[in-house]
Each structure stands twice: as structure tokens, then as C-alpha cells.
Design a protein around this ligand. Structure first.
Ligand code: 13P
Ligand code: SF4
Length: 332
């Protein structure tokens, strides 16, 4: 039996009051799901704030790697997801592809002990575990520069997975040389060696979109996420993570027009006036959009019935090493 959106909201609120559960929602969720969140934010904020929360159940509205990060950092919590939606970028790499990337570097004379891997938080626990075992750590788009700056002090080659664009953008920002496995022939002379993964949503923003807005609204500012291609970031006025973009817009003059190159649900929720989506195509993240109010209700009802669904479980050894990689980031 299905209900109207308002009915679902009432039922969710009633179940939230009854159960020992915290609803966590990422900024990219549908508006009606986002509204149900007790904790909302970007991936880093969600991981940190959920650690400090003491509810027995976490109902995580986001994508799989985010729910996994909560489980790894807070193993005592029972983490359930209304939909186990998998970020398309995270799905581009697994532990075997990770090993192949190390081998590609070995084949160019870079010894494994001279490689320090860093994984973007948008990766599954098995990849984070590999990174942890090799002495590496996790980063998010908010802290990637800080993490790479710290990692560079070890004097090793950085293997950056899975987002090619984030790795390349940070390299440009820091005046370092990057190379992409499978694309660039010479890996050995680069400081940051990137895996060739990408976010299909953030690839939607084009130079033509920027030209269009600059011509239509002279003086407009362009703000983009570092998952966009380096050619797009080079032409933007501001490059920042989800939270940094939100702050950039909140701090701007309300009359300042800004076109934003990141996920649609977030941009649409920013100030209603003078903010534009930097694309002629609606840049929605299909996997973030999979979670509906009905799913949230069904997952809460299952907890209430004593039979939780879609509970995140991670094999012990994987969780142990993924935690090492996440803890190293948290310590910084
Ligand atoms: P944040 O780390 O900014 O939350 O971004 C996650 C993400 O999936 C961006 O596409
Ligand atoms: Fe993954 Fe891109 Fe969606 Fe972010 S926007 S969750 S990187 S597919």
C-alpha cells in the first residue's frame, strides 16, 4: 500500500520519535528525504557527526561508501540504508584494480615501498583497506590538499584513487606533476599518479556552459566542485567541495550571480535568487536520487518490526584496515 508524500513524512516522524534511530542525509539527497535528516552535511561532516551521535541505529540516506564509512568508524552502531545505492565512481575501482594500479607503477620502476596510496572517500571499504595496509589514508574533497601536503612529506610517489580529476586538480593547485594510469605513458616522473576513475555527474559541465553564462550575465561567478575536469576548474572563479561551495555562496553579495557546477539537488536548495545550475543538462546524481521517502519509511518500519533491512556489514579484516586509513585522515 502506498501513501502520499505528506503521509510518508508523518509516518517517518512518528517512527523516528518511537525508535532509537538517527536519520543521516547527504546534501545530494532529494529535498523531501533531506528534510527528514537529523544530521545533514557533506561526506566528511556526516562521518564525523555520526561518530558523536549515540543512537543505536543510523538510517543513512546517501550512497554505499558513506554508510560503510559510518560503520567502519562506529562499529557498535547498526547502520541501515533505505537503498544501498552505489556511487558510480566508487564502483570504478575494487581491490583487484587497486593491485593492478600498484603493478602499473612497479612496471615503471616505482617500488611498492615507495608508493603512498591515498583514496578519495568515494571508494568502497575493500579499497580503503588496501590503502590502510599500505600506510596510506583517506581524503575528502574538503581536505584533499591538506592530506596530500602531509603525505608528500614522506617523499614517496602518491597513488591517488579513484578520482582522476580530484587528483589532477590538487596536483595543479600544488604545482605538482600528475599522470593518469592507462592514459599517460610516463608515470615514474609524476608526483601524483591517478587512477582513471571519474564522476559522470561532474563530467556534465562543459566549457560551452561556462562561455554561455559568462556571455549571458557579464560579471557572473563560476563555482565548481573539484570532481569536474581540470579544464573546467581552470576557467572557474572558485573550486571547492560541497561545504566550501555552500559557504562561498552564503558569503557572496545576494545580488552577485553565481553559476554552480555540482549536483542538482544541492544547487537547487541554495539561495533561490541569482544562483544558476552550470549545465543545460540536469546534473542529478542517479544513485543519490534512488532513495525515496517510501524507502525511508520501509526501512524504519523494518527496524520497528525487529527485522532491519539493508544493514551494512563489513568483513572484520577489511573493516580493521579501512578504519586505519580513515583514522589517519581524522587525525589530520
Ligand atoms: P562531498 O565529499 O562534498 O560530500 O562529496 C561527495 C560526492 O559524492 C561528491 O560528488
Ligand atoms: Fe558518486 Fe558522482 Fe554521485 Fe558523488 S555525484 S555520489 S561522486 S556518482
Amino acid at each position: 500500500m502506498s501513501f502520499t508524500q505528506e503521509e510518508y513524512k508523518e509516518k517517518i516522524i512518528a517512527l523516528k520519535q518511537k525508535l532509537d534511530v538517527t536519520i543521516v542525509a547527504h546534501f545530494y539527497q532529494r529535498d523531501e528525504v533531506f528534510e527528514m535528516g537529523d544530521i545533514t552535511g557533506d561526506s566528511l561532516e556526516l562521518a564525523k557527526r555520526t561518530m558523536d551521535d549515540d543512537a543505536k541505529f543510523v538510517l543513512f540516506c546517501g550512497v554505499g561508501f558513506m554508510g560503510q564509512s559510518v560503520k567502519v568508524l562506529s562499529p557498535q552502531k547498526r547502520v541501515v540504508m533505505p537503498k544501498i545505492a552505489c556511487c558510480a565512481m566508487a564502483r570504478m575501482i575494487d581491490s583487484l584494480y587497486f593491485d593492478d594500479s600498484v603493478k602499473a607503477m612497479n612496471n615503471q620502476g616505482v617500488l611498492t615501498e615507495n608508493i603512498l596510496p591515498i583514496t578519495y572517500i568515494n571508494s568502497n571499504a575493500d579499497v580503503k583497506a588496501k590503502v590502510g595496509q599500505m600506510g596510506g589514508m583517506v581524503c575528502t574533497s574538503s581536505n584533499a590538499k591538506k592530506i596530500i601536503t602531509s603525505a608528500m612529506k614522506e617523499g614517496k610517489k602518491i597513488l591517488f584513487v579513484p578520482d582522476r580529476c580530484l587528483g589532477q586538480n590538487i596536483a595543479i593547485d600544488m604545482g605538482l606533476k600528475s599522470a593518469v594510469i592507462g592514459i599517460d605513458e610516463d608515470l615514474a616522473s609524476a608526483d601524483i599518479i591517478c587512477y582513471d576513475g571519474f564522476c559522470s555527474v561532474h563530467q556534465l559541465f562543459t566549457l560551452d556552459d561556462i562561455k554561455f553564462y559568462r556571455k549571458k550575465y557579464p560579471g557572473i561567478l563560476i563555482a565548481v566542485h573539484p570532481e569536474c575536469d581540470p579544464s573546467i576548474c581552470a576557467k572557474a572563479d572558485f573550486v571547492g567541495s560541497t561545504s566550501q561551495i555552500i559557504k562561498y555562496i552564503a558569503d557572496a553579495d545576494p545580488e552577485q550571480k553565481i553559476a554552480v557546477g555540482t549536483e542538482f539537488n544541492l544547487v537547487n536548495r541554495l539561495r533561490p535568487k541569482n544562483t544558476y545550475v552550470l549545465s543545460s543538462t540536469k546534473p542529478e546524481c542517479p544513485t543519490m536520487n534512488e532513495t525515496t521517502l517510501e524507502d525511508v519509511y520501509i526501512a524504519l518500519k523494518a527496524i520497528d518490526d525487529g527485522e532491519p533491512i539493508n544493514e551494512i556489514t563489513i568483513e572484520e579484516e577489511t573493516a580493521k584496515w579501512a578504519k586505519v586509513a580513515l583514522d589517519r585522515m581524522m587525525a589530520l
